[in-house]
Design a protein around this ligand. Structure first.
Ligand code: G6P
Length: 526
């Protein structure tokens, strides 16, 4: 019998809070440390590994976390989700993004169709379209090939696809699968669209309008902006635009697009990178085979998330350790620190994925919870972050758990040996150094130069960032966020918190304001 219970009502949570806190400065020093790094690692898909040696856990903590996983029925809840239960209670929707990359459980029929077949059909339609664009069978009005793809969308219709594009751009160039350059327009700031339009050759550009709802103000505004620019260039906008939306959206039946590809309400925006939302731009940019490999990587990681043994389920383990850090140790934030320039926008994507999913103060039944939920997520690629905010991470008054990501090899492979090491070696040396510096610290009589240590981190390590490892990495974080939502007993799949601002902005634009809103409107000259 599955029960949705608040975290603080679980006996195993009570027990977890009594487990002695691990002193990282001790356990990560000397031979102990060496043993831990070897021991506390679990394989992920595609040759990745999740290493949690520098987290404040030992066998006692892990045993308590395993009990918590069981009592919170994490595996059962995941099964309910992928078997098509209405897990998104707020919006009364199924949660089916896993089905865009595989079939984890039962077939799910909704809206009169088998959902897995529906997602595969959309992928096939996109693949066919992309192949025709690349082959010059679908061209501009002058019969010339499109060279650039521009995605117009915001939130989940921008962040994931943009982060994934940047993650694979150089890999695709190196591996001769790069087909078209991609650009992204998201912000309603006119300077965003104007700058992108000024940087491209519109006559040879195809625009992908992406909006699940088809009603997002920023995206519709930017669509008009782009259509205007196309018209001014003497071009027929409908020959340069495709749409990715849900079948029920106002965009679905429009003649304004060359083609329309569909996702549905069972795929949350922030979980949509593996649906048509990411599929269109990534297949156009790199070819459908590359997108298919990305899906394979995600599907492989999803399978690991099915494992009932927490120690062999990296997503569940990461989620549980995160909840321990947040709800027992009281840490307020988590930094995502990829030592990979290609992952420069990955932290931004995780910000939406995590904070929009788990930034909630009521449980899935609408009752207030008496404990903290999602942490603040931020991050930058290393080593850049080291020269910016790591000061606070090393010596600030808050302890911020860190999620490092690192690869043995670079994507492009061009490198240089300076002072006996390559740049890639320098990059990797830095991440190893940081983990130990944060964990162990360094005593100094000068308090200003003293490092307390005891600052926990984990690292995901892989050979190379490529479509498969990227898919696995993405699925890892998606599933981690989902497991944490289960532990907090919240609905990770709605986002009512974004509504109020939208309503007030409409009032400002309609000049229907008073009080503070009116004065701010006047100050901003609206
Ligand atoms: O794809 P769309 O319907 O245009 O939605 C775009 C974004 O806007 C909303 O306000 C939500 O906060 C996001 O979760 C969503 O991804």
């Amino acid at each position: 019998m599955m029960e949705w219970k608040n975290l603080d009502t679980l006996t195993s949570f009570e027990e977890l809070s009594k487990v002695a806190e691990v002193d990282l400065t001790k356990v990560m020093s000397g031979e102990n440390g060496a043993e831990r790094v070897k021991k506390y690692s679990t394989p992920m898909a595609e040759g990745l590994a999740y290493n949690y040696a520098a987290k404040k856990v030992d066998d006692n903590t892990l045993a308590a976390l395993a009990k918590l996983a069981e009592e919170a029925q994490l595996s059962e809840k995941f099964a309910a989700l992928y078997n098509g239960e209405v897990v998104n209670t707020g919006e009364k929707r199924l949660v089916l993004h896993h089905m865009t990359r595989g079939q984890l459980g039962d077939a799910v029929e909704a809206d009169g169709v088998d959902k897995r077949s529906f997602y595969v059909e959309q992928q096939n339609r996109i693949a066919d379209f992309a192949n025709k664009v690349h082959a010059g069978e679908i061209t501009n009005a002058a019969g010339e090939k499109f060279t650039t793809v521009v995605q117009i969308g915001i939130g989940g219709s921008d962040l994931g696809p943009r982060a994934m594009y940047l993650a694979l751009e150089n890999w695709a160039k190196k591996n001769n699968t790069f087909k078209m350059e991609a650009k992204f327009i998201s912000n309603v700031d006119p300077d965003d669209a104007a700058a992108v339009l000024a940087s491209i050759d519109v006559a040879h550009s195809i625009f992908v309008l992406v909006s699940k709802s088809g009603t997002t103000l920023e995206t519709l505004t930017n669509e008009s902006f782009v259509k205007d620019a196309l018209k001014n260039a003497g071009l027929d906008a409908s020959k340069h635009m495709i749409a990715v939306t849900s079948e029920t959206s106002p965009l679905a039946k429009s003649d304004d697009y060359l083609a329309a590809f569909f996702m549905d309400d069972y795929i949350g925006g922030r979980f949509s990178s593996t649906s048509a939302v990411g599929g269109a731009v990534l297949s156009l940019a790199f070819g459908p085979e590359v997108f298919a490999q990305f899906l394979d990587g995600a599907a492989e990681e999803d399978k690991l998330s099915l494992n009932k043994n927490m120690l062999e389920n990296p997503e569940m383990l990461d989620a549980l350790i995160g909840v321990y850090e947040r709800n027992v140790l009281g840490y307020p934030a988590t930094a995502v620190l990829p030592y990979s320039q290609a992952l420069s926008r990955f932290p931004a994507h995780l910000q939406q994925l995590d904070m929009e999913s788990n930034g909630k103060s009521v449980n899935r039944f609408g009752e207030s919870v008496n404990y903290v939920t999602g942490p603040v997520i931020f991050g930058e690629p290393g080593t850049n972050g080291q020269h910016s905010f790591y000061q606070l991470l090393h010596q600030g008054t808050d302890i911020v758990p860190l999620q490092f990501i690192g690869f043995k090899n670079s994507q492009i492979g061009t490198d240089v040996v300076i002072q006996d090491s390559t740049s890639q070696q320098k990059l990797c040396a830095n991440v190893a150094a940081q983990i130990v510096a944060f964990a162990c610290g360094k005593a100094d009589d000068d308090r200003n130069k003293n490092f307390e240590g005891g600052r926990p981190s984990s690292i995901i390590i892989g050979e190379e960032l490529n479509p498969k490892t990227l898919g696995a990495l993405l699925a890892h974080f998606e599933n981690k966020v989902m497991f944490q939502g289960f532990l907090w007993n919240i609905n990770s799949f709605d986002q009512e918190g974004v509504q109020l601002g939208k309503v007030l902005a409409k009032r400002v634009l309609a000049h229907d304001t008073d009080g503070a809103l009116k004065v701010y409107s006047d100050l901003l000259n609206i």
